[in-house]
Unconditional design. Structure first.
Length: 198
């Protein structure tokens, strides 16, 4: 029996080939997958707390890939590798490297020039990163962790609370998050900043 996934609003379906990258073959349900992914993510959070992350190494393609691998590498063979398939959201996959480079350059400029306050830089980065959709899966959770990393090691400020939710369940918190993302898509970033802080 293969992996059966029921996708919530705003989640990106995996291709059959991507599903084959599942390392733990006993996983057959969405609930089991969520549990194993959450355990892996918790290990990644511990890694970020143990490791002295250097600000100049964070806003790099290498770090984006390394963090994704830390978050999902116990569960997925393709963790830390850019997707090579089209998705229901995100840019065309051959453009991922180029668009990520533009985002990293923009973020470095924002930081050097104080273009926005720290929380807005972190959330603008998170929003553009999830819009690019670098990886087959886990982009939302990855981009939220990156926003927290921008806040703490780069700006020496507190991480976001994100409603104390990982947003995997189709509840009101997830609906509010998706709504804030859609407003950000239309240039209104404040609701996403407020969501992250609550």
């Amino acid at each position: 029996m293969g992996l059966e996934i029921k996708y919530n609003t705003g989640q990106t379906p995996l291709s059959e080939e991507e599903k084959e990258g599942l390392k733990i073959k006993v996983i057959t349900t969405q609930g089991e997958l969520d549990q194993f992914e959450q355990l892996n993510i918790e290990k990644a959070v511990e890694w970020t707390m143990r490791t002295r992350l250097k600000p100049d190494k964070i806003l790099t393609e290498k770090f984006m890939k390394d963090l994704h691998k830390k978050m999902y590498g116990d569960v997925w063979k393709w963790a830390g590798e850019f997707r090579t398939s089209e998705k229901n959201i995100g840019i065309k996959w051959p453009l991922i490297g180029v668009e990520l480079k533009k985002l990293l350059d923009d973020a470095n400029y924002w930081i050097e020039n104080g273009t926005y306050i720290p929380e807005e830089i972190a959330i603008r980065f998170k929003h553009r990163l999830v819009s690019i959709h670098c990886f087959p899966n886990g982009n939302g959770r990855h981009s939220r962790m990156i926003a927290d990393i921008i806040m703490e090691p780069i700006f020496k400020e507190s991480v976001f609370s994100w409603h104390q939710s990982n947003m995997t369940k189709p509840n009101d918190t997830r609906k509010e998050y998706i709504s804030a993302l859609k407003k950000a898509d239309n240039g209104e970033i404040t609701p996403l900043i407020e969501f992250a802080k609550n």
